[in-house]
Unconditional design. Sequence first.
Length: 477
Amino acid sequence: MSSETPVRPARPEVRPGGPGRRRLRTTRRGRILRRVLGSLALIALVVVIAGVALFFHTRALVDRTGVACPACAPQQAQAPMNVLVLGSDSRAVLDPQDLSHYDPTAGDRNSGQRADSIVLLHIDPTAAKAVALALPRDLRVPTPGGGFQKINGFYNQGVSAMVKAVHDFTGLPVNHYVEVNFNSFRTITNALGGVNVRFTRKVVDPDSGLNQPAGCNLLTGDQALAFVRVRHIDSDYGRIARQQLFIKLMMDKVLSAGTLLNPQKVVNLVNLGAGNVGHDTGLGLSTMSSLALRFRHFSSNDLDFRVVPSLPQPDGYVVANTAQSTALFTALRTGRQLPDYGKQGVSAVDASTVAATILNGTKLAGVAAQASAALTAKGYTVLRTGNADRSDYAATVVYYTSGNQEKAQFLATQLGAAQVQPVPATLKVSNGDAVVVLGMDYSPNAKLPKASAPANPLLPAGPPVVEPAAQPWFSAC
């Protein structure tokens, strides 16, 4: 018997898929891998089904709340889109408990509706830019039959009347409209968990119901609504500034990772937004989705807030500065860079931080003292008054010292269309932020002076003719 170890024959070469193919053994690792892949496929299928269901559910909500808008202009391909956003003051949507709060005397329950806020949202999809142009509710516009009326009154005649009034005034086509009422504003604000607003002082307003202590406060529901609606604390321009701030804060919250990465929050917002906000039938879900994709990297800092350059009048109307408004509307229509008209918002400058010298540059005695009293009453610090180097200044000028241009610009808003310039070497200034030289255009008896002659013949005069909030009492936290 041989002692040699038997040699096992070599296995034939096995090529994948060829003759002699062996069946691969199923390992534990392979089974786990297949289970994971199967689970991922199931999850993907559920996500797809949920997404499709949400799409059709949302489209049903959008279609249900759509209203015909014959006056809305057709949207041209690749052209900017103009959406008229209206805040309705209609009491018809309120329940009895709300009526007792918002309309205790029952004076407004059957008075129809007016626009509490009017904003023309100019959206340029190709450039991914947007401008929110606020129109003061008391803006004086001509009526079809002759005469004038406040622009917000057209809303009581229907959506088309309001759309036509805005188009006639601005010359811009209005493609769509969106309406937010008391209930929808509160509902959406609450769904976001409210926003934080800082108050520089305690604020109590019985008319709107706003009641907030000084400090950083979370505003939800009725208090949020009161904050954007109150008028008696400052003015309609102050209300516009508050609405702009609130929009910015809400945008920041909607676009935050905490909202976008929370599916339940996204679904709730879609349901609430689609079911509670009115709009025209042309503003469908496909249009909204297309805009959302184009603006997916958009932030609140990319939204340019403007107000129609205008001034309030003693008769209750607000009158637009025709030259500045036309320049602003033309730039929007032609796609050119916007001039610096209509900028308002909430200034970071507080009147109490501005110290100035007031000089009389006219032959009219006592003008500097009158201006000093008016500015002191608004919280500014007047270091001294006196006479300028000459008495033939045609226009009022605010000269700023080094590093204080923003303060000078804020001060200039209290002096109408005052020019803002750096302090010349010939003007000796030992302290303070600015020196005001009053010109012949300053009228101490008028609410605001007349605009001075334009320094640039291609553009209308001076800074934006917009009355700011008298003294900012609110800001972001």
